[in-house]
Design a protein around this ligand. Structure first.
Ligand SMILES: [Zn+2]
Length: 1082
């Protein structure tokens, strides 16, 4: 292929655009070759490409792919709220009730279960409380003021006094009242009474800001000169009038453009007021390393944030900043040129950390934690053209309901939101003046409601910018009644259990019943919690558990073609009232079917029954299935031919569901707030691509335990038990919706994860769980030329298990840049890999695996080509990557060898489909472990550099390349693949390790199926067990451990993870690099 092919790619077409692109590669695809159809890169609009997928497609749920199968059920309008009802949220345009500053309370401990009265605005309260049972480190340490000033148990004065009273009764810890008029520079051209149009483009200069109409101050500020906010005389950078050329290369590792002020593209100077966080910090004029705090209060009329900070700066004081300009000649670490062919050792010594967005320090400090919300590009390109040129995918990765150790919770009668776009007030809005804030998404100027002037944290009045809503990028609201269209539902749990001969034979039933018995009191819920059970084989069995019965009553429905509920009122019962009957049932259930000879499975009818039972309330159905459904609706036939490689067309068919029954039922479930979680325990083919639809579209989870058998696979049993415990006791949100908003100009178009897309930006989540991840793709529809930063906000509205309606809001702020080098410098290689993986799954099921693999390879080729041609100023030989993307080719190769995309015939269909599900629904850190496992030397662990976690010492060995070269026969190695850990023992391993860690005398004595380490009282043993425990604790599933040696049956599995090596069907890492280089340098 000539270089022309790439020229075309670098132009209008390209992997991530809608335009056509060429297929420059053919090496890896089975059927593509050079004759491949134009189906390479990942187009945003897959429908326009290639042949239509056969059958319904389970993966496409975005708005470009309206569901051909089933619209949301019409019953929405009956039992459940209408589709749009939750999304609209409360009454735009309705003025909040004119209330005096409400009595506010601030408590350490919220009062769960207490709902605000629907009419009278409740006292607002604020709490910062740890979530029980959560160990992960705090996402973002709360501002110190929270910990310093709360006074639990002490009620603040019931009514916030008028401003004037503040001066008479100053409270300790509360900033004194304003005393002198603020500096007047903002009010050069006030035009009182003129409202800003809601979407007015930002003014192009500081003077434009002052021309912005300013309303007279509210009467409560009476006697105060209407002096609006004074802008700092200079831009964020501290250098305004000096024309600054766009930086050739972002100075990302130094103090950053915002702080040095010398690297700003002009757009940064055409700025509006800096966001609230920045204003209040008084940092926007600061010079590098120089924190300038505004004098506490020198104005009677303006709180601190409006106070003009005296520029510390005349030209003389700029010298540190100017001196910093010398950094321009240095290359930031992110853009350090790496020749991948020469630099073998590219893994960082510790974890791969996400890049830090290039924002002012205080803004960044308050920004959303990357574990919850991150973007593939931490510097957003100004235009789509620039994004196309960079050839990097733009998208968000979310973990919205993650367990957090600290979560600020606010109760308020009036949740402050933009009247135009309904964005929740957040740390990145701008306070235009004391009484108005500007939305950071649509730029509309909104009023600050009276009650928002009172801060329940500091118990002070007149500093809305210090409210917790403006101090925390992640916050939760207890919603008032207008966020409810019906009374919040109780927690409802239905267990649907396969009791066919095959199921009983695996022994899973005892594990489930035992686990439920043990955790019955820990199921999230309250006194309203309901529970029910259905078992099925060729018939369906219901259980009457009504209070007053002496024992559970089994009701059998054998007409599975027309399932009905035999006793609708007594099948779902109140857990606390009927606990004894429930316990009786769980104790007796495993024996009831122990001698069954029934081999048929009527899963479909059982699910229909479950839906009928739960549809009036909503809730969660947990299905346990051990075989292919054989009778009734939803019955399936085997499609996999073991050991035979399907040809491409068949392959695509097999990745798609064989019937639309499960998807249709899932959509019915979703419409009635019912989610279905599927536990598949089977050594046989079960057609997961069909069955999985029941969870995909109802926002459920899929768990898969291939070759599960209680006796034959004790490690799997342990994993199943641990996973079940987590599953039963983890947090759950019911009747949830999630909306993702972004700054005007950006557009969200494709979602990945388990949900139903109800409208363009609204995901319907019948249930939400803390282990679910989501991804979205974005494009830039309007140029962002006037913006210095953009924001993304995810708002998750759900009903807690205690019946509270809550809204969790995450807001992420990212800078906008206008040069390719800045875009590259901000690239987040793990987020990019995760998004590409989701896109490749979609491509596999709509086009083919070969296509998806080509697209992955092209993603690496395209971005590195773009880097080479557009960013590198000096051409040099080799395969060159910026340091921040040096892992991209490795990760792409890892994806090509991942179970989801590899071509080897040994990959079983259900395992492939499950891997694809996982790639689309796991939070990023867990996903990355399955893509690129961690490998550590395990026989020489030391305390050097160890972590200390709750008085335990956790060794932190260095990550090694995944190559056989790194394994040495006289050592032992631990490999962490996410859901499985391998401890590989070399043939000549140090005997001390064998005795002190494994408790065996020699290599030959290492058992072939060892899956636990003995608890030996030696330093070596406790170090490695501490490491393994620590790895396990940090994920929501339980990885099993396999100790293996050369003779172990699992050795081949272990070797497959050594992705840098040549394998049966894929190149080695070095060969892959050579291939990329060849393509790039054509
Ligand atoms: Zn707005």
């Amino acid at each position: 292929m000539s270089g022309g092919g790439y020229a075309a790619q670098n132009g209008a077409g390209g992997s991530y655009t809608n335009g056509p692109s060429q297929n420059p590669v053919g090496v890896y695809s089975s059927n593509q070759g050079l004759m491949a159809p134009p189906l390479t890169g990942f187009m945003n609009s897959l429908t326009t490409k290639g042949p239509p997928p056969p059958g319904p497609n389970p993966y496409i749920t975005g708005r470009h792919q309206p569901s051909p199968v089933a619209p949301p059920p019409s019953s929405w309008s009956g039992v459940a709220p209408p589709p749009s009802s939750y999304s609209q949220h409360p009454q735009p345009g309705v003025t909040p009730p004119p209330v005096a500053p409400p009595p506010s309370s601030y408590s350490q401990h919220p009062q769960p279960g207490v709902m605000p009265p629907p009419v009278a605005p409740p006292p607002s309260s604020y709490s910062q409380h740890p979530q029980p049972g959560v160990t992960p480190p705090p996402v973002a340490p709360p501002p110190s003021s929270y910990s310093q000033h709360p006074q639990p148990g002490i009620m603040p004065p019931p009514v916030a006094p008028p401003p004037s009273s503040y001066s008479q009764h100053p409270q300790p810890g509360v900033t004194p009242p304003p005393v002198a008029p603020p500096p007047s520079s903002y009010s050069q051209h006030p035009q009182p009474g003129v409202m800003l149009p809601p979407v007015a483009p930002p003014p192009s200069s500081w003077s434009g800001v002052t021309q912005a109409p300013v309303a007279p101050p509210p009467s409560s500020w009476s006697g105060v000169t209407p002096t609006p906010v004074a802008p700092p005389p200079r831009s964020w950078s501290g250098v305004t009038s000096t024309p600054v050329a766009p930086p050739p290369v972002g100075n990302h590792t130094g103090p950053g453009p915002y702080s040095t002020g010398t690297r700003l593209p002009p757009v940064f100077q055409n700025t509006m007021q800096p966001p609230a966080a920045l204003q209040q910090a008084g940092l926007y004029q600061a010079q590098p390393g120089q924190m300038i705090r505004p004098p506490a209060y020198h104005s009677p009329s303006a709180p601190a944030l409006y106070t003009q900070v005296q520029p510390s700066g005349s030209a003389a004081q700029l010298s540190p900043s100017l001196a910093a300009m010398s950094l321009q000649s240095q290359t930031p670490e992110a853009l350090r040129v790496v020749n991948l062919l020469q630099e073998r050792n590219i893994l960082p010594s510790g974890a791969v950390t996400p890049p830090t967005p290039c924002l002012p320090q205080d803004l960044q400090k308050i920004n959303c934690c990357p574990e919850v919300f991150r973007c593939t590009l931490t510097s957003i390109p100004q235009t789509q053209a620039l994004l196309n040129k960079a050839k990097l995918p733009l998208g968000l990765l979310l973990h919205p309901f993650k367990d957090l150790s600290q979560l600020p919770v606010v109760t308020s009668s009036n949740i402050v939101r933009c009247r135009s776009c309904r964005t929740y007030i957040n740390p990145f809005v701008t306070f235009v003046d004391a009484r108005r804030w500007k939305c950071n998404l649509c730029h509309r100027v909104n009023d600050v409601p009276e009650e928002f002037m009172y801060n329940p944290v500091s118990r002070s009045y007149g500093a809305p910018h210090k409210r917790p809503e403006v101090q925390n990028a992640t916050i939760e609201f207890i919603a008032p009644s207008e966020y409810m269209l019906r009374p919040p539902q109780p927690a409802v749990y239905l267990f649907v259990l396969d009791v066919s001969h095959n199921a009983v034979e695996t022994g899973y039933l005892d594990v489930v019943c035992q686990s439920l018995l043990e955790n019955l009191d820990s199921l999230p819920g309250d006194s309203r919690t309901k529970i029910g059970f259905i078992t099925f084989d060729s018939t369906i069995h219901f259980y009457n558990l009504q209070e007053g019965l002496s024992q559970p009553q089994m009701l059998i429905v054998s007409d599975i073609d027309d399932v009905f509920l035999p006793s609708p009122d007594s099948l779902l019962v109140n857990l606390s009232e009927c606990k004894e009957l429930v316990q009786d049932l769980l104790t007796g259930l495993p024996q009831m079917f122990s001698s069954t000879m029934e081999t048929q499975s009527g899963l479909g009818p059982a699910l229909q029954a479950g839906f009928k039972l739960l549809s009036p309330t909503g809730g969660r159905i947990s299905v346990f299935q051990t075989q292919l459904p054989t009778v009734g609706i939803g019955a399936l036939k085997p499609r996999e031919e073991p050991g035979q490689k399907a040809h491409a067309k068949q392959e695509v068919q097999h990745l798609n569901p064989a019937t639309d029954f499960y998807k249709k039922l899932a959509l019915d479930c979703s419409g009635h707030h019912v989610a279905v979680d599927l536990f598949l325990l089977s050594a046989q083919y079960c057609d997961l691509s069909s069955l999985g639809c029941i969870s995909r579209y109802s926002a459920g989870s899929v768990y898969y335990y291939p070759s599960y058998h209680r006796q034959r696979s004790p490690a799997q049993t342990e994993r199943f038990q641990r996973d079940l415990k987590r599953y039963l006791t983890r947090k759950i949100g019911f009747e949830a919706v999630m909306r993702i908003r972004c700054t005007k100009g950006l557009s969200i178009h494709t979602f990945h994860g388990n949900f139903f897309v109800r409208s363009t930006d609204l995901l319907s989540l019948a249930n939400v769980n803390p282990d679910a991840g989501f991804a979205v793709q974005m494009s830039i529809e309007e140029n962002l030329l006037d913006l210095q930063a953009v924001s993304f906000q995810a708002a998750l509205l759900y009903t807690s298990s205690k019946g509270e309606r809550r809204i969790r809001v995450h807001t992420l702020c990212l800078p906008v840049v206008n040069s390719l080098s800045d875009i590259f410098a901000g690239a987040d290689v793990q987020a990019i890999t995760a998004l590409l993986a989701s896109m490749a799954v979609d491509r596999s099921v709509t086009a083919s695996l070969g296509d998806a693999r080509d697209a992955l390879i092209n993603a690496a080729i395209d971005s590195l080509s773009s880097y080479r041609s557009s960013v590198l100023s000096v051409q040099q030989p080799g395969l060159l990557a910026p340091a921040c993307l040096r892992l991209l080719p490795l990760y792409i190769l890892a994806l090509l060898k991942h179970r989801a995309f590899r071509t080897s015939a040994s990959t079983r269909l259900d395992e492939r489909v499950f891997s694809m599900f996982q790639l689309k629904s796991q939070p990023l850190p867990f996903l990355m472990l399955t893509v690129h496992p961690g490998l550590y030397r395990a026989d020489d662990l030391s305390d050097e550099g160890a972590l200390n976690v709750s008085e335990r010492t956790i060794p932190q060995p260095r990550a090694l390349q995944l190559s056989v070269e790194k394994l040495s026969r006289d050592a032992a190695f631990l490999m962490d693949c996410g859901t499985v850990l391998y401890l590989w023992i070399g043939r000549n391993c140090n005997p001390v390790f064998l005795t002190q860690v494994l408790g065996v005398e020699s290599y030959a004595a290492v058992p072939l199926n060892m899956d636990q380490l003995p608890e030996l009282d030696t330093a070596e043993s406790s170090r490695i067990r501490a490491l393994i425990d620590w790895l396990r604790e940090r994920r929501p599933f339980h990885p099993v451990l396999h100790v293996i040696r050369d003779e172990s049956p699992l050795k081949a599995e272990f070797l497959q993870y050594l992705i840098e090596d040549l394998s049966e069907s894929a190149l080695s890492y070095y060969e892959f690099l050579l291939h990329l280089q060849q393509q790039i340098c054509k």
